[in-house]
Ligand binder design. Structure first.
Ligand SMILES: NC(=O)CC[C@H](N)C(=O)O
Length: 428
């Protein structure tokens, strides 16, 4: 029977179609609640992730029964949740894991290495505000596990939600960009959310050390490490190359203290680099006179870029994961890198004396800059990995070797570059 005759003799399909249209129109205004997708531990408290854009995901709680608001970001890393969650760059953020099964190898203990750093974590505690997973593994097994992911989150007061369709969630975040989210648990699940953007604050000032600390005091070269929220493996990687590392606060007046150090290193860190006006100004002054090596990682790359005269912009949803391809523009070689950033340098026009160092092979975003004559370099990715591939670990060795060579050659810490340049152009 032709379709129109069916509809004429039986109005039910028409009614159903009208209902569907009405519902989809309503959902355009009122964002849908997305039901739990993966199994939720029976008896667990209800947890809800609500995006500021209106979508809600309901699941089960497996962390602390508290509520929080943060920038909802996702990482594509398959392993490394203890390292990622303790990475200070995730401060202020709700971390979504696209790897569905999370928690199955538990959480390691707090053993320390020869430099006094926690072996298995990137700082002293959990830094992200909450975590979002598809399928929390209630059973864990690993030789160095001492507790479950759930116990760790509870002990540290961090909420965690499981059962979320993280593919649907990431689809939304990729479409509209990183969005504020509210994670609420049990009795605290509520529609009344105070949307406070953590990036409005200077998160670097919160994550940085407030006192000077020395690691590997017998190292043969002395490196200042500007702490914007440093990952322990950056300190460890410098110490392992034989450097004595002095960790200084983010706003340390380094430009007035250059003669104390054989090299300067700038760490990763949370939030927007634009808050760090003091660091940028110190670096700008250091670039004008320092003759020894300077190196920056992630936030360090952004701060060096800003000091060199570049702009920074917020990426739609950032690059977070352990499989980001970056092309070394000095060799043409592509390396696989670990990343965690939401901001990037706009390198479309480079300031005089500077060049691009690495470029992201997926999206063309900046992955590093280098001075063409002087020993200043920085990268947007994380050569120290933890977790992630070790393709670019050699950058630590190259930095410390260069620091060592300049020390051996007795290169003075500072020079008046302007007068050097004037002399050069006079003789040219
Ligand atoms: N890992 C980092 O240092 C991140 C830098 C900065 N907070 C960003 O998101 O871009």
């Amino acid at each position: 029977m032709p379709l129109l005759s069916v509809l004429a003799s039986n109005p039910a399909p028409m009614k159903r179609a009208a209902g569907l249209i009405a519902r989809s129109l309503a959902s355009a205004v009122e964002k849908p609640a997305l039901a739990a997708h993966y199994p939720v531990t029976p008896g667990s408290l209800t947890a809800q992730l609500r995006l500021r854009s209106g979508e809600t995901f309901t699941g089960g709680s497996f962390g602390a029964p508290v509520s929080t608001v943060g920038e909802t970001v996702f990482t594509t890393s398959l392993v490394g949740y203890p390292e990622s969650m303790t990475d200070p760059s995730y401060r202020g953020q709700l971390l979504v894991f696209t790897q569905p099964l999370v928690g199955n190898y538990g959480v390691p203990g707090r053993e320390r290495d020869e430099f006094g750093l926690l072996k298995h974590f990137e700082s002293e505690g959990i830094q992200c505000r909450g975590i979002v997973v598809g399928d929390y593994a209630t059973k864990y097994s690993h030789w160095n596990a001492v507790e479950s992911l759930s116990q760790w989150c509870e002990r540290e007061g961090v909420p965690a939600i499981t059962g979320v369709d993280t593919r649907a969630l990431v689809h939304i975040l990729r479409g509209q960009g990183s969005t504020l989210g509210s994670l609420s648990v049990g009795a605290s699940v509520s529609d009344a959310v105070e949307w406070v953007d953590p990036n409005a604050d200077n998160l670097v000032a919160q994550a940085s050390t407030d006192q000077v600390r020395v690691f590997n005091p017998n190292g043969d070269v002395h490196v200042a490490l500007i702490d914007c929220g440093v990952k322990y493996n950056i300190i460890r990687s410098l110490c392992a190359q034989g450097a004595r590392v002095t960790l200084v606060p983010w706003n340390h007046p380094i430009a007035d203290d250059l003669a104390s150090f054989d090299g300067v290193f700038i760490s990763n860190g949370p939030g927007s680099p634009t808050h760090c006006t003091e660091t940028i100004e110190q670096l700008r002054r250091a670039f004008a006179v320092y003759q020894r090596p300077i190196f920056g990682i992630c936030m360090g790359n952004q701060l060096m870029g800003l000091a060199a005269g570049l702009d920074v912009y917020k990426m739609p949803f950032g690059n977070r994961g352990h499989n980001q391809p970056a092309v070394d523009l000095t060799t043409g070689k592509c390396v696989i890198t670990s990343q965690n950033h939401g901001y990037a340098l706009n390198d479309s026009v480079m300031p005089s004396g500077w060049d691009r160092f690495f470029v992201n092979a997926n999206d063309g975003s900046n992955e590093g800059i280098r001075h063409v004559e002087r020993p200043f370099r920085s990268v947007q990715f994380h050569p120290e990995a933890k977790g992630g591939p070790l393709d670019t670990m050699h950058l630590f060795g190259e930095f410390v070797d260069q620091v060592r060579a300049m020390k051996a050659a007795r290169v003075p810490a500072v020079a008046e570059y302007e007068s050097v340049n004037v002399k050069q152009s006079a003789t040219a």
